[in-house]
Design a protein around this ligand. Structure first.
Ligand code: ADP
Length: 170
C-alpha cells in the first residue's frame, strides 16, 4: 500500500495510532482543529497538556487521546505566516519532521496530519502543502516508521492542492 494517503474529513474521527494537533504555543487549546480535538477528547486532554508547559514553534509533544478514537495526540506548533521572510518554511518543515520523529520513537505505525498553519495562521495553502509533502516523503525514505502517513484535508481547496501534488512522484 502507498505510504502516503489522502483523506478529506474530520481528523478527530480517525482511527490511527496518532493524530497531529495544529496547536498554539500554550498547548491550552484554541479554535480550528485544536478546538475540535479538545472537544472530542474531553477535559482530561487539557489536564495533561497543562503539565507540558507549552511548546515552541516547530517542536512537538505527545499525549494520550482520551475519548478520541486514536491512541495518541501529537501536538505541534506551526508558524504564523508573516510573509515568508522570517523562516516560516523551515519552521513548518520542523513541525512535520518533529511530529514524525515522535511517532517513530513511540513505534507508531499510522499517523494523520491536518494542514498545519493554513487556518488562522494564514500560511499559503499551496506552499504549505509542498513543504508538508516534501518533508514527509524525505522522512519516509529514511525511516521504516511510521508506515503510513495520512494527510487529512478539511476544505476543498486543500483537497485539490494535495491531489495535484501527490500525483507527481517524489
Ligand atoms: P493553524 O492555527 O495552524 O492555522 P487551524 O486549526 O486554524 O490551525 O487550521 C489548520 C487546518 O485545519 C485548516 O486547513 C483547517 O481547515 C483544518 N481543520 C479545521 N478543523 C478540522 C478538523 N476537525 N479536522 C481536520 N482539519 C481541520
Amino acid at each position: 500500500m502507498e505510504r502516503i494517503q489522502l483523506f478529506q474529513g474530520d481528523i478527530t474521527q480517525m482511527h490511527v495510532d496518532a493524530i497531529v494537533n495544529a496547536a498554539n504555543k500554550s498547548l491550552l487549546g484554541g479554535g480550528g482543529v485544536d478546538g475540535a480535538i479538545h472537544r472530542t477528547a474531553g477535559p482530561r486532554l487539557l489536564e495533561e497538556c497543562r503539565k507540558l508547559k507549552g511548546c515552541e514553534t516547530g517542536e512537538a509533544k505527545i499525549t494520550g487521546a482520551y475519548k478520541l478514537p486514536c491512541r495518541f495526540v501529537i501536538h505541534t506548533v506551526g508558524p504564523v505566516w508573516y510573509g515568508g521572510e522570517i523562516g516560516e518554511a523551515e519552521l513548518l518543515a520542523n513541525a512535520y519532521r518533529n511530529s514524525l520523529k515522535l511517532a517513530r520513537d513511540h513505534q507508531l505505525k499510522t499517523i494523520a496530519f491536518p494542514n498545519i498553519s493554513t487556518g488562522v495562521y494564514h500560511f499559503p495553502k499551496d506552499k504549505a502543502a509542498q513543504i508538508a509533502i516534501r518533508t514527509v516523503r524525505e522522512f519516509l525514505s529514511n525511516n521504516a516508521l511510521p508506515e503510513t502517513v495520512t494527510f487529512c484535508v478539511y476544505d476543498d481547496e486543500n483537497r485539490t492542492i494535495y491531489q495535484d501534488l501527490l500525483k507527481h512522484e517524489a
